[in-house]
Design a protein around this ligand. Structure first.
Ligand SMILES: CC(C)(COP(=O)(O)OP(=O)(O)OC[C@H]1O[C@@H](n2cnc3c(N)ncnc32)[C@H](O)[C@@H]1OP(=O)(O)O)[C@@H](O)C(=O)NCCC(=O)NCCS
Length: 169
């Protein structure tokens, strides 16, 4: 079985916050942040699997601290746990006050991607090998998160059977 270290899938992207990126509280608009989270995470998944990957789920994006116009925002993502064909990608968003240099975790997120072969079927991915303390901690707790996702997916399927596709007019 092929193996890859988390660092091989690491993506780091830093940008400034401009006035057209903020909401009416002058803090970064959540929708923009979520789009950048998905972008970074999808590159991490593709670097790990080196084949087509789709987003299967996003657990949650936890907004821990607002990001303002005087901050830079850094997205760091890497594959933190692997199943057979699925990859959990962890994304941390670090805001840095550009005047003081203070850095803080502004948000964190876990996304799951599934690797697909050329005919669109789920295909095996290399096992991930964690190295740093943070990577090891996330790896060791990954199985439990994957179990919770399976339960949630079943509930979503039940809900999908129940909700209507009727036109509302
Ligand atoms: C994700 C998808 C490929 C799964 O296909 P499937 O045939 O149902 O796959 P399986 O049930 O065999 O599961 C394959 C793997 O995906 C994982 N998986 C499937 N749905 C999942 C979900 N919602 N969350 C987390 N993992 C999921 C399974 O646990 C399994 O993992 P493993 O191989 O590591 O054990 C399919 O549901 C799909 O194409 N969804 C739409 C994806 C998409 O359009 N994304 C873009 C969103 S804008």
């Amino acid at each position: 079985m092929k193996k890859k270290c988390s660092k091989e899938s690491r993506v780091i992207r830093t940008s400034r916050v401009f006035p057209n990126d903020v909401n009416n509280h002058n803090t970064l608009f959540g929708g923009n942040l979520m789009s950048d989270v998905d972008m970074a995470a999808s590159i991490s998944a593709a670097r790990h699997a080196r084949c087509g990957c789709v987003t299967a789920s996003t657990d949650s994006v936890d907004f821990l601290s607002p990001i303002t116009l005087s901050d830079s925002v850094c997205f760091e993502s890497y594959v933190s746990w692997t199943g057979k064909s699925s990859m959990e990608v962890f994304v941390k968003i670090i805001a840095e006050d550009l005047r003081s240099g203070n850095r803080r975790i502004a948000a964190t997120a876990f996304l799951t991607f599934v690797a697909l072969d050329d005919s669109g079927r789920a295909t095996e991915v290399p096992r991930v090998v964690p190295e740093t303390e943070e990577e090891i901690k996330l790896f060791e707790t990954g199985e439990e998160r994957a179990r919770e996702r399976k339960k949630r997916r079943l509930k979503s399927k039940e809900l999908a059977d129940y909700v209507t596709t009727d036109k509302p007019w």
